[in-house]
Write a protein that binds this ligand. Sequence first.
Ligand SMILES: *Cc1c(COP(=O)(O)O)cnc(C)c1O
Length: 396
Amino acid sequence: MIPITKPMLGENEAEAARRVILSGWTSQGPEVAAFEREFAEYVGAPYACAVSSCTTALHLALLAIGVQPGDEVITVSHSYIATANVIRYCGATPVFVDIEPDTFNLDPKQLEKAVTDRTRAILCVHQIGMPCDLAAILEIARRHSVPVVEDAACAIGSEILWQGQWEKIGKPQADIACFSFHPRKVVSTGDGGMLTTANAEWDAKFRLLRQHGMSVPDTVRHGASQVIFESYPIVGYNFRMTDIQAAVGREQLKRLPEIVSKRRELASRYKSLLAEIPEIGLPVEPAWARSTWQSFCIRLPAGSDQRQVMQAMLDAGVATRRGVMCSHREVAYPANTWSCAGRTGGCACTAASCHCLRHSEEAQDHTIILPLFPQMSFEQQDQVVKSLQDALRVAG
Ligand SMILES: *Cc1c(COP(=O)(O)O)cnc(C)c1O
């Protein structure tokens, strides 16, 4: 069986976890602080703050910006549901913009008409590791004085050509970037997340909010020679990462360059192998983007049945996933909980089908994700391609 992915965890990660467990300090402490420093250095960010997941990172990003009930946040429906959920945690309304069919990323041409006087933030996604068109998005956002948060859950190690230089996603090019360390992503700490920003005030807010709104963290009280009483100026959360997770993350960071280069090699090999199959739609990497290829997503030939193709491949021992979901089609998203760029112009969208989001829906229904992981052999990759060819013959 060829799995969809496989985290690259080994003896180094196990040893790091063991070291922390035996140290006696397992919750957020010195390992988290070291992981933050090393992560910030890797992406080139002034500040990095570790949290329990990318979902909690995104939630804190919106809270730090000041997103409130009654506000609107522009994003894509075509993403993992956490992207839209965090907007609703703040009591705000997600306003969905359609994607570009070939990059699966927010279409900047659809962005401007979604901006209203209630727009409080733009939450763009580097979907499955492919950098979105940040230059075009930021041009519009800056003109309207709206901050931009990057959902970079899958983009640890992705790069963007920025003012003539290749930069890591997370520097951040926009205002705040949020990353995930879930096992389905590029590197993993079991679960975990990270926020990066150049804004010292926001970074301080993340730190306060992730630990119950506590004025003096326990790490500071622990090392103090004088008694310190902490206070709680605001209502915060427990969104902490543990030191066990952070120690694993530090080992994962060391592997990251190798992981990304292996993924990019396999993705480029997929592209040449799949070019032989007519009518397969290949993912496009713009000239200014370098993806981690967290997922390799292809468009099936017109008329082929997504579920049947996936089943035939599963029967042949190859795991696949359907393309990225659309939040607006889920039961948790009845029509009164979201909006789209066309709604004000009289869009006749229903929850099941929204014309304004037709490329998002098409991508969900007609694309599949192929196995891709750094340990994958060329033979396994050939087997995936052959099973796809066979499946298309039966279900095509
Ligand atoms: C996985 C993912 C998330 C959620 O990340 P967690 O760390 O599991 O909370 C959010 N957004 C996108 C685009 C994702 O792919």
